[in-house]
Write a protein that binds this ligand. Sequence first.
Ligand code: URA
Length: 237
Amino acid sequence: MRLDKFLSHVGLGSRKEVKVLLKKGKITVNGQAIKQPQINVNEYDDDIRFDDEVLVYRLHDYFIMNKPADVLSATVDAVDATVIDLLQDNDYRDNLFPVGRLDKDTTGLLLITNNGQLAHQLLSPKRHVKKVYRALVKGPLPSDVEEQFQSGLMLDGEQLQPALITVLNNYQEEVDVEVTITEGKYHQVKRMFELVGSKVYQLERIAMGPLTLPSDLERGTYRRLTLEEEQLLLNKN
Ligand code: URA
């Protein structure tokens, strides 16, 4: 791969911008300052550094975000901030996108990647990937809510896949629940609660497939997946 392409790929800027860095002698390949953008490098084996910081080539990027409310899970929007706007400059790539949609007011786990094939697999209705939500809903819930969720509610004339609901705290007027679904229909969790005469006040996604929202990942922040999480995601979805 050409050195300027490599530098762009790892996030150092456009081809034009990385040319400037090269000219300044800030890039070393195997210990030697290199100024020519066109030389070929081995992206996996060569030791390529910027200001002595090792640059790691990744085929795809995977970030886990704790999405805050009021931010859209989209790539661009003319009015609102998007989850992609929350990425720092050195993590930004123009091919990154959020996997699936959380409503603007929903918080919690969101995967951001540029691996389209993986996203497709995670979102495919055939794969029944589990999504777990914590919700604060209007109470009281009907006494048979577990059975109703389990037997598959009717939504838009279609029977939903069985869903699991666990009541964590019952404050009567408000109920704190955990819900597991295996589909991703539009406003699905909110509409499921409407169907049983309730209403969602707060919704947070806490797990998706093999990924769990880390307890130390503050709302509005994100990090790269660990190698272990990445392996889990790529092998078991
Ligand atoms: N279900 C909803 O209703 N909203 C979300 O954001 C996610 C699931």
